[in-house]
Design a protein around this ligand. Structure first.
Ligand code: GCB
Length: 593
């Protein structure tokens, strides 16, 4: 919402219908249903009907909305924070657009299909995934007695395939000639405490562009005219981890003296660099303490839950942590803005998860399938490019984002991985105006001798489960194997920083053991203690992001008891013993060393 823009929320209660096999639904007529669902949220955990929760296929949402007559001469659009995983949108029965990719926003113009007063929006959603989508799902079909196709998706990843209108839905009214994008790239000189801030304004029509930079007290620190500016600032306030400072860029379009459009973008000033095995933020070696997370909470599922976001960051800060990874998909815009504001350091990840032949917990079997033709058969390259474009396009200005994660645990130990990833790293580097480091999150089978892609990454971000999936319950053997591998990586790439982006042990809150038994709270504490002792011995080790912040929902399976229990908090955010242990460790480790 700005002086020239109106945003009206369409959140709330929508009508809902699961499309069962053989159902024909035509959005020209209002949806025939008595079911309702709240938006934003996953539909999955709002229903009491297991058939709806477990259904693979199509779902329909619908509601009426009012367009005030006063807005009718503006450009009207519907904006979805995300629709998971694919959506077709109809207004008053006419299709106005389509978007594939469940974790990034899209906006559809609707002037041709709406009138002043009451209108109807209908959204068809698909939760189907296959070997051409991100995330990657295993798609199969069967037929019912009437010959109707029944699709089935088996997640090729370890989190429940939540779906629905997960983030805010808004009706937006903007001027026809408007600001389309703002790119803010501060070039900072730490020695003189000054910056040249490049501000590029993309607008839909030629207009006089005015840019005003404001400090945190909303005092004007600089003004400029033109669509491309580099503005010099002295005496800058740096955005620091856990000590954020945000400026604002107010961008205005004028026709003579008349204001046509305005938009305000917050931004922070900080540098990110890699040098001799260190990860530098504002020129100083930063140590990542934090988590792999999920957007996951009771009832809301993967839906936006701002209260949970605020609580999670408060718990994170209380523990002495400073960072997290948006495993395994871009999180809501609201969370990204909150991280900017709270000074939380973020590794931003595309939904490239499941890029491996088959997802199972038998790690040893994967060590043997060296000739699997996975990379010559998978068809995700186009979706992967789109996901990078949309994530970096959305998040490029966020000071909190310091690394782009181009995939989680792809099978980089198999031949063909390098050819697949090289163009994606190139694209990410082209897309990012701030030249942030890029990485992929390395799976434990991709050891230094077997991995094919570590030359592409600016740093080594490793997921390792010594003492859990291998050497289960034997922390002594685990420690030896883990240390040997870390030393081998350091020897292979003496100038690349190394961090753990996952390590963890399933732990059922309340289970105790005098024998250090896996699944007990004692084992989780001892597991982290073992890891910490190794980390502290490795020179280029720059961070520990454990798996996971909180217990989270997964598909059904014999390895999961109502979800993944590697949280150091329960799903309802109560601390397990490890949270107390880790908070002591982390509160004693400075953010910079
Ligand atoms: C991993 C995956 C993560 C899983 C985790 C686990 O390597 O990246 O999505 O949840 O392991 O607990 O198995």
């Amino acid at each position: 919402m700005t002086a020239t823009r109106s945003v009206l929320s369409l959140n709330g209660i929508w009508s809902f219908k699961m499309q069962a096999a053989g159902d024909v639904i035509d959005p020209v007529a209002p949806l025939k249903t008595t079911e309702v669902m709240a938006v934003p949220a996953s539909f999955s955990d709002q229903t009491a009907n297991p058939e709806i929760r477990q259904h693979s296929g199509y779902f329909w949402y619908e509601r009426d909305f009012t367009v005030p007559a006063a807005l009718m001469d503006q450009r009207l659009s519907l904006r979805f924070g995300s629709a998971t995983h694919e959506a077709w949108v109809f207004v008053n029965g006419t299709e106005v657009g389509h978007h594939k990719g469940g974790f990034t926003p899209f906006e559809l113009p609707i002037n041709d299909t709406v009138h002043a007063g009451t209108n109807r929006v209908t959204v068809k959603i698909s939760n189907l995934l296959d070997h051409s989508t991100l995330p990657v799902g295993n798609y199969t079909e069967t037929k019912d007695a009437a010959g109707n196709v029944i699709p089935h998706v088996d997640e090729n990843f370890d989190f429940f395939n939540y779906a629905g209108l997960h983030r805010n839905v808004n009706l937006m009214a903007t001027p026809w000639n408007r600001v389309e994008d703002v790119v803010i790239t501060p070039k900072i000189d730490l020695a003189t405490n000054s910056a040249d801030v490049a501000v590029t304004v993309k607008s839909t029509a030629a207009a006089t562009v005015k840019v005003t930079l404001l400090d945190e007290n909303e005092a004007i620190v600089a003004t400029a005219e033109g669509a491309e500016n580099t503005i010099h600032l002295d005496h800058i306030h740096l955005w620091q981890p856990l000590n954020a400072y945000l400026y604002q860029a107010r961008v205005e379009l004028f026709d003579g003296d008349t204001l046509i459009d305005s938009y305000t973008e917050p931004f922070g000033m900080r540098t990110v660099a890699i040098d001799s095995g260190k990860f530098l933020i504002n020129g100083k070696p930063f140590y990542f303490k934090g988590f792999g997370k999920h957007e996951d909470s009771y009832v809301n599922g993967r839906g936006l839950n701002e209260a949970v976001n605020v609580l999670d960051l408060n718990l994170l800060k209380k523990m002495g942590a400073n960072s997290f990874r948006t495993s395994h998909y871009p999180y809501s815009e609201e969370m990204m803005r909150l991280c900017d504001r709270e000074g939380i350091v973020v590794i931003d990840e595309v939904p490239a998860v499941g890029l491996m032949p088959d997802f199972n917990f038998d790690v040893s079997s994967a060590f043997k399938n060296n000739d699997n033709p996975f990379w010559s058969t998978v068809q995700t390259q186009a979706a992967h490019k789109q996901a990078l474009e949309e994530m970096i396009g959305r998040d490029k200005n966020h000071a909190s984002v310091v690394i782009w994660s181009i995939a989680n645990e792809p099978a980089t130990f198999l031949p063909g991985a390098h050819d697949y990833f090289e163009p994606l790293f190139k694209l990410a580097r082209q897309l990012d105006p701030q030249d942030r480091p890029c990485t992929y999150i390395n799976i434990m089978m991709s050891t230094p001798d077997r991995d094919n892609c570590s030359d592409l990454a600016d740093l080594l971000t490793l997921n390792r489960y010594y003492g859990w999936y291998i050497q289960t319950g034997d922390l002594k053997a685990a420690a030896a194997a883990e240390e040997a591998e870390l030393r081998a990586w350091q020897e292979k790439w003496p100038d690349k920083p190394i961090m753990f982006t996952e390590f963890g042990a399933d732990t059922v809150a309340g289970v105790h053991s005098a024998y250090n038994e896996p699944f007990s709270e004692e084992y989780q504490v001892n597991y982290y203690d073992m890891n910490a002792k190794i980390f502290d011995k490795i020179d280029n080790f720059v961070g520990e992001q454990l798996w996971n912040f909180a217990d989270f929902q997964t598909k059904f399976g014999i390895n999961r008891v109502q979800g993944n229990k590697k949280g150091i908090f329960t799903r309802s955010r109560e601390p397990k013993a490890a949270a107390i242990w880790l908070s002591r460790r982390w509160n004693g480790i400075p953010n910079f060393n």
